[in-house]
Design a protein around this ligand. Sequence first.
Ligand code: SOE
Length: 391
Amino acid sequence: MPRPTPASPTAAIVGTGFIGPVHLEALRRLAIPVRGILGSTPEKSTAAARSHGLAVGYASFAEILADPNVQVLHLTSPNRLHHRQVIDALAAGKHVICEKPLGMTSAETAELVAAAAANPHLICAVNYNIRFYPCMLHARSLIQRWELGEVFHLHGSYEQDWLLLPTDFNWRVLAEEGGELRAVGDVGTHWLDLAQFVTGLEVEEVCADLRTVHPVRQRPAQGSVETFSGKKGAPPPAVKPVAITTDDYASILLRFKGGARGCVTVSQVTAGRKNCVRLEVAGSKQALAWNSERPDELWLGQRGAPNQLMLRDPSMLSADVAAYSNYPAGHAEGFPDGFKQLYRAIYADISAGRRSAEPLYATFADGHRELLLCEAIARSHRTGAWVKVGS
Ligand code: SOE
């Protein structure tokens, strides 16, 4: 796999919150140059550039677009900004790596798919990083090689606890900032993307039950609260109550094309589950199970033989994915490593100057599908009925 060289395209990061610096760190591990960063105010940009040792703290998005030294934009801004920023970035000739969800509605993401098609020389990716845990790439490879046989059903969950209390607040809880669906949009789409990526199956129909556990949350009267930062520091001196319509919890039944069935539970109010993704797949020959909080372990279930617990080891991974695991067994590869491997795949395409026919990373088409899924889930919850995706 080509290693990015110092002549690699140069990136800039939009967003200084929780996830922007994760992108930056992964790029640095790959020796991909990063020129600067943009925050929600020029002062935040300057402070972030200084603290991360970057040359430029941009004063505005327009300033990044006009920077001829930047070829790739990493968009880690609030969801409501993605659509406009992607359109403008592509028009300015920049490659785009956009955080999920790609947009607020499927009407927005359909436009972004069209914009990507109109700019085939630009790489357009969505940041579904969980695909790049080596055990998940290996699981996909096993399923592709029919080692599980026919997939009968799959299930799992994505659970967090950083929004457990009514005093927990962040822009994501507001529908106008993050979208109509929150737990489903923020982390449920990760699971849905992962499940479809690993199995190669497409969700066709959904039946969903959602709950807003805290219909009122306490918003700090001043300033913003960064994702996952609520447990740090002193409580804000003053708060005001805000009505919340977005989901804290969801359970969703799934029907896949070809007959497989599934279900997923999503929650941002499960005490003790920090950032826990679980996926189990039951096939006609074997089953498999994985938990992101023990990322290097892949369980393989057998009926007529002892079950196996595989410890990630580059020498034992499928040959086609072994290059995405860089540390010897026993040296855990987790959340930050997935971002590194994701950008390794994306920047290989950027450096090659063409889109892979079947990239491992999520494309805008995948990002659009996630919005169609979210809309089907919301409609199913409202009507209490099964809803076909994209109908
Ligand atoms: C917050 O819920 C969040 O940062 C998500 O937005 C990310 O996608 C996930 O990886 C971790 O949690």
